[in-house]
Ligand binder design. Structure first.
Ligand SMILES: N[C@@H](CCC(=O)N[C@@H](CS)C(=O)NCC(=O)O)C(=O)O
Length: 211
């Protein structure tokens, strides 16, 4: 019997990191939808898995071997190590992937999330908050664009750094940017968007919408 693998996800960029990862690795997993617009992330059963009340969450194994993982970066690293794919196992190549993964985890996702909040979700959009959050998105987008001017992927071969970045770059409007202003980032985006596993991963959970 195959090992239990469950993912608590919604149609969000951090969830899509995990669905793309699992699709790239060819894993069989069960998806549980957590509609964050309906505040389902604060249901007791979700808080019991992740006290932070955030998705993605992954449950692996059962009984004494059951393990709950949250934080998309930790999930990406755990499964890449376990399957020895999408992350070099040692040396400078591994450090390079982790370096760009950290840029994406700490600089891209949170800044785009803040920009999306101030430009689209908040009841008010104070000019200073909009300018500050969008400037930080532009700053990191320029860094990624510069990197991709000389590299096909963010760090060596296609890796978990690319998987972490893609679902955010696929939603440029959240950061009030247009990919036409970042031609190398756009080239990278358009190539990754063609990957069958990425297409499948971006459509999970099936039917989920972030409204
Ligand atoms: N650092 C976390 C961030 C997770 C996160 O913020 N997830 C969003 C969806 S993309 C969420 O759960 N939002 C609902 C909330 O914060 O209440 C990660 O990388 O997994």
């Amino acid at each position: 019997m195959s090992e239990v693998l469950e993912a608590h996800l919604w149609a969000t960029p951090n969830s899509n990191r995990v669905s793309i990862l699992f699709e790239e690795l060819g894993l069989s997993y069960r998806v549980h939808g957590v509609n964050i617009r309906a505040r389902a992330q604060f249901a007791p059963e979700i808080l019991a898995l992740n006290p932070y009340g955030k998705i993605p969450i992954v449950v692996l194994g059962e009984g004494a071997a059951r393990q709950v993982l949250f934080e998309s970066g930790a999930i990406l690293i755990h499964f890449a190590e376990r399957h020895r794919r999408l992350l070099p196992t040692e040396g400078p190549a591994r450090a390079e992937v982790l370096t760009w993964l950290m840029v994406v985890l700490t600089g891209l996702g949170p800044m785009m999330g803040q920009a999306h909040h101030w430009t689209a979700l908040a009841p008010e959009s104070p000019a200073a908050a909009v300018a500050h959050s969008v400037a930080l998105v532009v700053r990191v987008a320029r860094v990624l664009d510069g990197r991709l001017a000389t590299q096909r992927y963010l760090a060596g071969d296609y890796s978990i750094a690319d998987i972490a970045a893609f679902p955010w770059i696929d939603r440029p409007d959240w950061g009030a940017i247009v990919l036409e202003d970042f031609i190398h980032l756009r080239r990278w985006h358009d190539e990754i968007a063609q990957r069958p596993a990425v297409r499948r991963g971006m459509a999970i959970p099936e039917g989920a919408r972030l409204e």
